[in-house]
Ligand binder design. Structure first.
Ligand code: CMC
Length: 427
């Protein structure tokens, strides 16, 4: 049965069909709104706007549910390998072992960077933020791989996908190594996708690299937890840039820039910096709780709150448990972990946070794990970008295969009415 929503306006009554998702979510299809009424909708921040129909991720923010292609995030984080999850997100099903082997080989064949790109990386000042450098280098990849620009066929899309899946980890490792003053090196073709990333990042020039399974497993879990999160700021950016047929690398570069901000992926850096500030300031949790609630104070409790989750972010639960395990297994005592736990407890018991349904999000504990692995604070969001890559690719591919139109919102103009030009000597 087709359902409708009725809008009464200017003496007329217009009906709009409802669209129903596979999890019973409903939306009003307003495609004909302007033609029928001359009205548009106004929704700053897109708090109530669905931009597409997508079969990739289901998220129930009220219940704290997150599923990739129907699989619970808890199940995937516990049992899957990041590359399997990447395949699942991009192509819709978990791979067979033959499909997974082929995907890995195709990616490895592309795991190199044009030597001239190294020159661009080397010319950045050492103080440059790794996210700015990563975004620039990802954008520059298009110049070295022009065939990835306006892909049309599924085969061309696949080539662009394995290229970026192969090249981005190299860029991430090199951005990290440059920041750490380490020589730029390639990985080992024989290793798995995640194990190779760890090797590329952590290999020291003066000794044999020995893989640490605790680090490999933690990295695998974090990358899975970051892999996809439906129409967030960076993913919407990737879809909208891709909707102009700008190409996968350019779309991902734009996604990296969107992710950089502290209200989005940059929160993992901001959380650890906040926890460090609290520690240096004597660890006075109450003082920072007061600041977070004071509307005249710009301070916010970083790593808390979410546009969609009005319940626990399921990823935060998994990451908190992993943070405890990783630090214990690596024998690391990090005072900021204790501050984080106290801050979380204080916020969960505070009516300000309870009333606004503000819970810890994915970024609250992730930086503590990255720090225990030896990753510098400014590089945390680069790791988030690496994890989010399959999600961005999946959304870009879905958008292109669905032949979605170019993204182009409207506006309500509130500026000056028409007026004549005033010459310079009359102003
Ligand atoms: N600390 C203190 N107050 C907060 C916080 C916070 N972290 N987050 C939201 N609020 C308050 C906000 O002031 C507002 O209060 P009031 O109703 O009295 O005006 C209310 O809660 C609703 O907040 P909002 O800013 O309207 O909510 P939003 O959906 O526009 O923003 C958010 C969501 C994630 C940007 C915001 O919660 C925030 O800034 N959190 C801190 C940054 C952060 O951790 N970001 C990572 C998000 S999850 C990972 C990702 O996206 O990559």
């Amino acid at each position: 049965m087709v359902k409708f929503a009725k809008l009464s306006y200017d003496g007329k009554s217009v009906e709009f069909p409802l669209v129903e998702g596979t999890e019973d979510e409903l939306a009003i299809d307003i495609k004909s709104l302007r033609a029928a009424t001359n009205l548009i909708t106004l929704d700053p921040g897109f708090k109530n706007t669905g931009s597409c129909q997508s079969a990739i991720t289901f998220l129930d923010g009220e219940k704290g549910v997150l599923r990739y292609r129907g699989y619970d995030i808890e199940d995937l984080a516990k049992n899957a390998d990041f590359l399997e999850v990447a395949f699942l997100l991009i192509f819709g099903e978990l791979p067979t072992s033959e499909q997974l082997d082929k995907f890995l080989v195709d990616i490895k064949e592309e795991s190199y960077i044009d030597e001239d790109l190294k020159k661009i990386l080397e010319s950045f000042p050492s103080a440059a933020h790794p996210m700015g450098v990563l975004s620039s280098l990802t954008s520059a990849l298009t110049a070295f791989n022009p065939k990835t620009f306006d892909v049309e066929s599924e085969d061309e899309m696949y080539r662009a996908i394995v290229r970026i899946m192969g090249k981005l980890p190299v860029l991430v490792a090199w951005v990290f190594r440059k920041k750490s003053g380490l020589p730029l090196k390639y990985g080992d073709y024989a290793l798995g996708y995640v194990e190779n990333i760890a090797r590329m990042m952590f290999r020291k020039p003066n000794k044999e690299y020995v893989a640490n399974p605790i680090i490999d497993q933690a990295l695998n879990k974090l990358l899975i937890l970051h892999a996809e999160h439906e129409q967030n700021c960076s993913t919407s950016t990737v879809r909208i840039v891709g909707s102009s047929h700008a190409g996968l690398f350019a779309s991902v570069a734009a996604g990296i820039s969107a992710l950089w901000g502290p209200l989005h992926g940059g929160a993992n850096q901001a959380v650890v910096e906040m926890l460090e500030d609290i520690r240096k300031d004597g660890g006075d949790i109450d003082k920072y709780m007061i600041k977070a609630k004071d509307k005249s104070d710009p301070f916010r409790l970083m790593g808390f709150g979410h546009r969609v989750y009005k319940n626990f972010d399921p990823r935060a639960r998994i990451i908190k448990k992993a943070a405890n395990e990783v630090l214990e297994n690596l024998g690391i005592v990090d005072p900021v972990l204790e501050i984080a736990k106290k801050l979380e407890q204080a916020a969960l018991n505070d009516p300000y946070f309870a009333d606004r349904k503000l819970y810890p999000n994915v970024d609250f504990y992730s930086g503590i794990i990255y720090r225990a692995m030896g990753i510098s604070t400014e590089t945390f969001t680069v790791m988030f970008a690496l994890g989010r890559l399959p999600g961005w690719i999946a959304q870009w591919r879905e958008m292109r295969l669905n032949k979605e139109p170019i993204g182009r919102p409207r506006q309500i103009y509130v500026g000056q009415n028409q007026r004549p030009f005033v010459p310079l000597n009359k102003r």
